[in-house]
Design a protein. Sequence first.
Length: 149
Amino acid sequence: MNDQQLGLSLVSEYDDQIAALQKQKIAAVAALKAEAVAKIKHEIAVLSLTAADLGFVGEFGDTGAGTVNTRAASATESTGNKVAPKYRDPVSGNTWTGRGKAPKWIEGKDRAPFLIASPAVTATPATQPQDPVQEPSDTTGEFTKPELK
């Protein structure tokens, strides 16, 4: 084997080593990413973080439902039919009103675990029964309880 063939052989060997190391690097990065994503998803679920908490809602026209709003703002504002979200993805924080096509995070799944708890309804002073005002029943100034009908 002459010097040139020996040099070409070494170059070929180095190329093989580089390719093997690149495969190892790709596998190591993929493993690190998977581990990081799992940890992050766990923390998001534990802390009930939403996309808005992380600063992702509203960026680049993101509607928070995993889709990008391409309609003009004036078209959506003129309708005035905003509907409160009914479902929330605990992992991403994305919400869905229950109208239109279901997003991928809820599609084909039982929707009960994704329901957003509605605030408890409490009676307002206008709907609470009021005690009737007692007034003197005769000239003596004594108060009597009014009769209930």
